[in-house]
Structures are given as structure tokens and as C-alpha cells.
Design a binder for this molecule. Structure first.
Ligand SMILES: *Cc1c(COP(=O)(O)O)cnc(C)c1O
Length: 433
């Protein structure tokens, strides 16, 4: 397999784009590679500029639950584009989208569309501060909520991958109002809330943490957060940018039966176009301008192109009952990977819920960012490279999820497991060297 064209494009891109990429997670640095440049994609497959084809488990980092270039989504976008891409004036599509979200997500009664997950979390935090009149926000180590100043503290995803401690450019005054706690440590949350609950506007959490690899909430963790928020008059914000519409129609809140005050959505809701949304109880959401006094706006928010792609995706999810199929395929893949690791004698801790999961290269039980960091990232890098050579594209970081889409066929999964068997064998050999 040669990557000559990708390498040349990368070198040229580095001259005009910082690090050659428009989002740091795309850099191959953590796995000792330069990034692939992709020419096209269809279904479960991506094709790079050198003509190599891969089974793709990144799926644009989550949005493409139906796979690449799903015919229904492509058709919806094409039709919408022909009628104008944005008006800055309301459309019926926005109403249909809002109704769809209210119908699907149990805790949402009103919703506002924005253009990214980052905008959704930023706006939800502002709303929580506006409603409570308080300043502090509690988050969890290794959770990623976009690159919002106040939430980029002990953050997951690219920040974890590249080992960046927060970021320069975030004022102390802003970071000081953020308290970050070990994920799954309800006792520590209770201590913080007992000490300063009266100053806390919100607790924001990924109900399944999917930006430090995939870490599942312990039994009672989410319900405990719900209880503490209610007790101290703080809002509970679920960041369901990854889990929304993915774990179930109604996201993680449906699966775990815990209702937040506000929910942040993104990724799948845009069907591959840039979209985010936040929603929740009517009396809270009504505080947003123009019905209320908390301000947030967007030139392209709710534009017909993005709404069409999102609606087409959500419609398929609702009508075709795809989640059961995703669950069984993902379970099959995870089992195959675990067997491959066993056979190769490589220690791996597997996590999975629905169609997201992670194989941590560690012999410890991973339940928070601290244990996730016990992973052997060099072994993961070797695994990534060996899989790539065998035509499988995994996330170029140990601290990211794998995403299965409805386009992954049984044959794709079998090929992936076969590739993993030989790749893990090679990883074991390299470890011994
Ligand atoms: C991706 C992600 C975000 C940020 O969304 P963008 O569209 O990249 O701004 C926020 N929260 C979570 C949980 C995410 O996975």
C-alpha cells in the first residue's frame, strides 16, 4: 500500500493550514503517521487519494450512522440545494426538525438549532448560567464538550491525544469557574456540591464518555448526578453530541432512564452537514431570545440544506429500526476483536455500548480518564498502522471511539476481525522486540 499522494498533499497543506489539518484529531501524530487525504466515500468504505480503499470505523467521528453518501440523504441535500441553501428567514423544514427532535428525545420539549456541537454546549452553559444566576460549571476529566473556553479544561479527544493541558488563550478567570472531576466518581461530585453547590450553574456530562476512548457510566452515576443537581438547584446537562440518536432513538437518556434539564446534540442530527442543537424543558428553553433574555444567534442556523440532511437521517433511524441491527453487529465485532486479542496474547480492555466502543491496550479496568491513560499508546499506534495496511481505518488515537454504521455489512465485520487477528499478532511480535 502506498500513500505518496496523501503525503505530498499533506506537505503542501502544512504550508497553508496549521499542522495541515482543519481539526487536530485528524493529524496522524498519535499513531506515528501523516494523515490520509480522502477522495471519496460510499457506505462503509473510504478511498484515499492514492486509490487505497478502507473499511471506515471513524464515520466522520460519528455523524454518519447510515454510512457515507446514503442515497436518501444525498437526494435530500440535492433537492434542497436546488431551492437555495439559506434564506435567514424561517422555513417549514425547521419546524419539522424541531418536532422530530421533540418526538425522539424524551427530555426535550423545545429545541434551538445551531451549527456545531461546540455551539450547542456553549449555548447550553450560557443558558444554565442565565437561568440560575450562578457562574460555576462542573465537568469530568476526559469528557470533551467542544472547544468552548470554559469546557476545555482536562478535556478529552484531541486535547487528550496530543497531551495538551487545556489551552493557552483561555483566561484564568474563565477556567477558574470550571471544576473538573474524575468520571464515575459520584462521591467526589457530592463533596464538590456540598462545598459549593450554591454557586454551580450546571453539571455537564457525556452520559457515555466517548472522547477518552469509550467509558461507560457506572450503575447509579447518572442518577446520582440527577439527584445532586435537583438537590442543589443546578441544571443537569447531557452532552449527547455522540450518543444522541446513536445509542437509541432517544439517545443515552432513553437507555439509562435519566432525564437531564438540557441536552446538547450534534453529529448525527446533521446527517453529515455542520449542525448542532440544544433543547430541554419548555420553561428553561423559553428563556432564550427572542422569547427570553439569554442571547444566542446564528446566520446559518437551521438552514434548509443541513435540516434536509438531518431530517433524512433521522427519518431512516425512526422508520427502519436500525438500532437493533447496529447493536448485534457491534456486539459481533467486539467479540471477534476480544477473541483476536486473546489469541494473540495481547492485553486489551474492551468497552462497548450500542454501536460505539473502544479497545484499550491495558490490563486494567477502564472506568475514567485516569485508568484510560494506563493504555499502551505505542501498542495502539502499531495496531492502527497494521490495520491500515490491511484495509481497515480506525481512529488515529487510543482515546477515540470506533463507530459502526448501518452500512457495515457482515462481510465487513468478518474482514475486520480477520485483519485484527493478524494485526494483533504483529503487535505482539513488535512488543517482544
Ligand atoms: C464532537 C463533540 C462535540 C463538539 O462538536 P463539534 O461539532 O465538533 O463542535 C461536543 N461534545 C461531544 C460529546 C462531542 O463528541
Amino acid at each position: 500500500m502506498v500513500w505518496d499522494v496523501s503525503r505530498r498533499l499533506y506537505e503542501e497543506a502544512c504550508q497553508v493550514i496549521p499542522g495541515g489539518v482543519n481539526s487536530p484529531v485528524r493529524s496522524g501524530r498519535a499513531v506515528g503517521m501523516t494523515p490520509l487525504f480522502i477522495r471519496e466515500a460510499r457506505g462503509s468504505r473510504i478511498v484515499d487519494e492514492d486509490g487505497n480503499e478502507y473499511i471506515d470505523y471513524v464515520a466522520s467521528w460519528g455523524p454518519l450512522i447510515l454510512g457515507h453518501a446514503h442515497p436518501g440523504v444525498v437526494e435530500a441535500v440535492r433537492t434542497a440545494a436546488g431551492k437555495g441553501t439559506s434564506y435567514g428567514i424561517p422555513t417549514e423544514l425547521e419546524l419539522r426538525m424541531a418536532r422530530m427532535v421533540v418526538e425522539m428525545v424524551p427530555s426535550i420539549e423545545m429545541v434551538r438549532m445551531v451549527n456545531s456541537g461546540t455551539e450547542a454546549t456553549m449555548s447550553a452553559v450560557r443558558l444554565a448560567r442565565g437561568v440560575t444566576g450562578r457562574g460555576k460549571v462542573v465537568k469530568f476529566n476526559g469528557c470533551y464538550h467542544g472547544h468552548v473556553d470554559s469546557l476545555l479544561v482536562k478535556s478529552g479527544s484531541g486535547v487528550a491525544t496530543l497531551g495538551i493541558p487545556g489551552s493557552p488563550g483561555i483566561p484564568h478567570e474563565v477556567a477558574r469557574d470550571t471544576v473538573s472531576i474524575r468520571y464515575n466518581d459520584l462521591g467526589a461530585v457530592r463533596e464538590v456540591m456540598d462545598a459549593m453547590g450554591g454557586e454551580v450553574a450546571a453539571i455537564i456530562v457525556e452520559p457515555v464518555a466517548a472522547n477518552m476512548g469509550v467509558v461507560l457510566p457506572r450503575e447509579g452515576f447518572l442518577a446520582g448526578l440527577r439527584e445532586l443537581c435537583t438537590q442543589h438547584g443546578a441544571l443537569l446537562i447531557f452532552d449527547e453530541v455522540i450518543t444522541g440518536f446513536r445509542l437509541a432513538e432517544g439517545g443515552a437518556q432513553q437507555v439509562y432512564g435519566v432525564m437531564p434539564d438540557l441536552t446538547c446534540l450534534g453529529k448525527i442530527i446533521g446527517g453529515g452537514l455542520p449542525v448542532g442543537a440544544y433543547g430541554g424543558k419548555r420553561e428553561i428553553m423559553a428563556r432564550m431570545a427572542p422569547s427570553g433574555d439569554v442571547y444566542q444567534a446564528g446566520t446559518l442556523s437551521g438552514n434548509p440544506l443541513a435540516m434536509s440532511a438531518g431530517l433524512a437521517t433521522l427519518q431512516v433511524l425512526k422508520e427502519e429500526g436500525i438500532h437493533e441491527q447496529l447493536e448485534s453487529r457491534a456486539a459481533y465485532l467486539a467479540m471477534g476483536m476480544a477473541q483476536a486479542a486473546d489469541a494473540a496474547g495481547v492485553k486489551v480492555f474492551q468497552t462497548r455500548v450500542g454501536s460505539i466502543g473502544c479497545a484499550f491496550f491495558t490490563d486494567r479496568v477502564v472506568q475514567d480518564f485516569e485508568t484510560a491513560q494506563s493504555s499502551d499508546t505505542r501498542a495502539y499506534a502499531a495496531f492502527f498502522q497494521e490495520m491500515l495496511k490491511r484495509g481497515v481505518y480506525l481512529a488515529p488515537s487510543q482515546f477515540e471511539a470506533f463507530f459502526i454504521s448501518a452500512a457495515h455489512s457482515q462481510d465487513d465485520l468478518d474482514r475486520t476481525i480477520e485483519a485484527a487477528k493478524s494485526a494483533l499478532g504483529r503487535v505482539k511480535q513488535l512488543e517482544a522486540m
